[in-house]
Each structure stands twice: as structure tokens, then as C-alpha cells.
Design a protein around this ligand. Structure first.
Ligand code: ATP
Ligand code: MG
Length: 425
């Protein structure tokens, strides 16, 4: 049969790479917790309407969504992002009306895009969403939290922060009018996709990756000159707080977000180490989304970290603890049926007594030499050996694989004592 491959753009993460993921996920989890954020989980599939209602004009909904009809004839979609789902879950579970929750989640998202470095069809985000806080302090807090995260991960030198405000609906209406006027005489410089964008969601043209467009934009009107008073005050206060907190930033008036629901503050953490997939973390306010999705009006803000891009950054930074596999502490070397069965019984006794010890039993009939090689490769500190003599004498031999020393032979109780002492935390 022909080899079956994974679906294009949906990548496996082999065990060695999982180490980097677990390392990052643990730091992320503890950082979120250290700001009092709580984890929330919701399904990877939602009613299509949830995403199409909250992001009508976005490419994500119009081109990138995995949408199916289920057996009952309902249109469902794999979640392309988490914010709409999180809002839905908060409304469904009545979390917002009674509290101002600060939440986080992580997990896979799905978008039908062209796979390339830092861009896949199943990718992962770690995100925070906060509901019910109007003031810019919360904008600053989630930026502060992300900044701490980069420090803990040791990549603070590889990322930089850009912020902007896209104001309220009126700001964007007035600005869009002027932006369209600015581009009207330049239409022949734009490709079809950009002309379509100009029609459907003109703001998107601002974050075009094309150098020609970026150079045209130098002369274009700036959205920051169109802010309503409230948005402008909000933005000014945010900048003051960031300065007070000592967080470096640059205002990028061309920074907009791809999704429709954002207002006021938007921000991105970018890197210059990953080529054109340069945004590692993106966020902003979405004060109208909850009401749009049927909840009681309530301000909100959040960000998402693109985990694949974060892992690439971590791997580039060459931190050795990312690749060190410490999954096995002891490796049981055994020979033949009787020895294997006895080893399984003894191993279980050891695990009962030392629960945090990782003990792997070899289940094959290889030679002693090749089992010791495996033991060494597993990273285990000790090889436990159960040959014919050990079986007969009801003892186990223990060899330190990391230090030159004689193999010792002992009964199970002495072995447990020895292991307990060696792996004391
Ligand atoms: P991009 O411009 O890179 O497509 P986006 O604006 O579509 O990004 P968001 O919807 O804001 O991205 O998602 C937040 C973050 O999730 C991005 O900054 C990026 O790090 C990550 N991300 C988005 N799409 C993908 C993807 N297809 N593969 C890997 N990571 C992704
Ligand atoms: Mg995108």
C-alpha cells in the first residue's frame, strides 16, 4: 500500500521536538498563572456562524476556514482562532456578567493557508483574553505579561513591540474614506488581491508585506490622526504606563489586525529572525465583540502567541536545555521470558515506592551489549540488570552508566534505598 502521509500543512511534532514545546508551555502556563489568569478550554469545532459573524470581511473567514457539513446537515468549522470561541464559551457559561475574568488557553487552530516556515494549516496559539476592564491599565498588563514571558524564555533580545490605536468605528470610517481617496489614483500599482482588499477591508492594505505598497504608504494618511478623543486618551495613557513600566515600544501607525472585531489598542511582538513570518504575538482590544455575539456589552482585550514561531525562535536561540531528553532515569536490562516478567513486577514495586522515577523496562531479546547501548542512549543514569544469576539469587545488579564504578548487586529493598537517595529532589 502506498505510504499515507499527514494532510498538507498539518505537522507532526516528534518526541525530540516536543521537549521544546513542553519547555515553552510550562513557562507560559506559570507566567499566566503568576498574573492571576485562569485556564479555560473549549472545543476545536464550532458553528460556522460564530466565526463568519465575528469576522465577515477577513481573509481568514472568506478563504482560510475549514468548513464542513456534519451528518445532521449543520455547518461547522474547525476553529481558525480562539477569541470568538472564548467569547462564546464565556457567554454560554455566564462567566462575564458576574465577573471580569482574565483567562488563558492554548491549543490547535486551523487555517487553509500556503504552508511555509512559521505558517502551517494546523498551528497552535497560546492566548489570553480579559473581559470587563475599560481602562488602558489592562492593555498595559497583558503587554507587561508578554514581556515577562519573553524574558523567562530568554528571547527578549529577539523580539520588539509595536503598538497602534485604530480608534472607534467612526475613526475607521473617516480614515478609510481618506485612504481610499489616497489610493484611487494609484490603482494601477496594486495587484488584484490588494484591489479586492481595498474594496472589502481597506485597512488590511496597511499591513501588506509588499515593499512597493509599504513605500506608497509612507505618503498615506495615518490612522492615529483620526482618533476620537476617548481612543486618543486611552492610547496616550497606555503609552505613559508602558514608559513607567520601562517597556520599550514603537508606535507603528500602519499596524492593524487581520480580524474585523478590533478597536482602540492593537499591538504585535515581532522578530527579525524569522523572515516574513515575523509576528510572534498579536493582540488588541475588541470592545464590541461580546455584544455582537449575543452577550451583554463588555470591554475586552487579548493576544495570541503563534507557538510554531515561538518554538522556531527558541530553537534558534540554541538553549541546550531544550534538547536534553531526561525522560528515563533507569533502564531495566533483562534476558528471556522469565527475566522480563520478573523485571516488570520489580519495576512496578519500584514505581510504587518512588513515584517520580522514570523507569523503562526493555521488552525484547537483544544481547546484553545492545541493551546497554539502548540504556545509554535513553539518558538513564542506572542500568538495572536481571540475568540468570540475579534471578537465581533473587537480587538485581545496578550499574551507574554515568560514572565509572563497579556494577553492584543487591536485593530489591537496598536497590530502592539506593535509587531513593540518588534521585532525591
Ligand atoms: P499573519 O499575518 O502571519 O497571517 P494573522 O494576522 O493572520 O498573522 P492572527 O490571526 O493575529 O494572525 O494570529 C496570531 C498569531 O498566530 C500570529 O501572529 C502568528 O504568530 C500565529 N499564526 C497565525 N496564522 C498562523 C499560521 N497559519 N501558522 C502558524 N502561525 C500562525
Ligand atoms: Mg493570516
Amino acid at each position: 500500500m502506498a505510504k499515507i502521509r499527514s494532510v498538507r500543512g498539518m505537522n507532526d511534532i516528534p518526541p525530540k521536538e516536543v521537549l521544546s514545546w513542553v519547555y515553552a508551555e510550562e513557562i507560559i502556563r506559570s507566567t499566566f498563572s503568576s498574573y492571576g489568569y485562569q485556564e479555560i478550554r473549549f472545543p476545536v469545532v464550532e458553528s460556522t456562524e460564530l466565526f463568519s459573524r465575528s469576522n465577515q470581511a477577513s481573509d481568514m473567514v472568506s478563504k482560510e476556514m475549514y468548513t464542513f457539513e456534519d451528518k445532521g446537515g449543520d455547518s461547522i468549522s474547525l476553529r481558525p482562532e480562539g477569541t470568538a470561541s472564548c467569547v462564546r464559551a464565556c457567554i454560554d457559561n455566564d462567566l462575564i456578567r458576574i465577573d471580569s475574568p482574565r483567562l488563558w488557553y492554548n491549543g490547535p487552530m486551523f487555517r487553509y493557508e500556503r504552508p511555509q516556515k512559521g505558517r502551517s494549516r494546523q498551528f497552535h496559539q497560546s492566548s489570553v483574553e480579559v473581559f470587563g476592564i475599560h481602562g488602558p491599565e489592562i492593555d498595559a498588563e497583558i503587554i507587561q505579561l508578554s514581556s515577562r514571558l519573553w524574558k523567562k524564555l530568554g528571547i527578549e533580545e529577539n523580539v520588539y513591540l509595536e503598538i497602534n490605536s485604530i480608534g472607534n468605528e467612526n475613526t475607521r470610517l473617516n480614515y478609510t474614506k481618506d485612504l481610499l481617496e489616497f489610493f484611487a489614483p494609484l490603482r494601477e500599482n496594486l495587484d488584484d488581491d490588494l484591489v479586492r482588499k481595498l474594496h472589502e477591508n481597506p485597512l488590511r492594505i496597511l499591513d501588506s508585506k509588499s515593499p512597493e505598497i509599504q513605500s506608497l504608504l509612507k505618503g498615506a494618511p495615518k490612522i492615529t490622526d483620526y482618533l476620537d478623543e476617548e481612543s486618543e486618551n486611552h492610547f496616550r495613557k497606555l503609552i505613559n504606563i508602558l514608559e513607567m513600566l520601562g517597556i520599550s515600544y514603537a508606535v507603528n501607525p500602519n499596524l492593524v489586525r487581520g480580524l474585523d472585531y478590533y478597536n482602540k489598542t492593537v499591538f504585535e511582538w515581532k522578530t527579525s529572525s524569522l523572515g516574513s513570518q515575523d509576528t510572534v504575538c498579536a493582540g488588541g482590544r475588541y470592545d464590541n465583540l461580546i455584544e455582537e455575539l449575543g452577550g451583554k456589552a463588555c470591554p475586552a482585550i487579548g493576544f495570541s502567541i503563534g507557538m510554531e514561531r515561538l518554538i522556531l525562535l527558541l530553537q534558534d536561540s540554541g538553549d541546550s536545555k531544550l534538547v536534553e531528553d531526561q525522560s528515563v532515569d533507569c533502564f531495566f536490562v533483562c534476558f528471556g521470558d522469565e527475566s522480563i516478567l520478573k523485571a516488570m513486577v520489580l519495576a512496578e514495586q519500584i514505581r510504587d515506592r518512588i513515584p517520580n522515577l522514570n523507569l523503562k523496562v526493555n521488552l525484547g531479546s537483544e544481547s546484553a551489549g545492545s541493551q546497554f547501548k539502548k540504556a545509554d542512549k535513553s539518558g538513564a543514569r542506572f542500568a538495572l540488570v536481571l540475568g540468570d544469576t540475579e534471578l537465581e539469587d533473587k537480587v538485581i545488579s545496578c550499574k551507574d552508566l554515568r560514572e565509572k564504578s563497579e556494577q553492584e548487586t543487591m536485593d530489591i529493598e537496598s536497590l530502592i534505598d539506593k535509587l531513593e537517595n540518588s534521585f532525591k529532589k
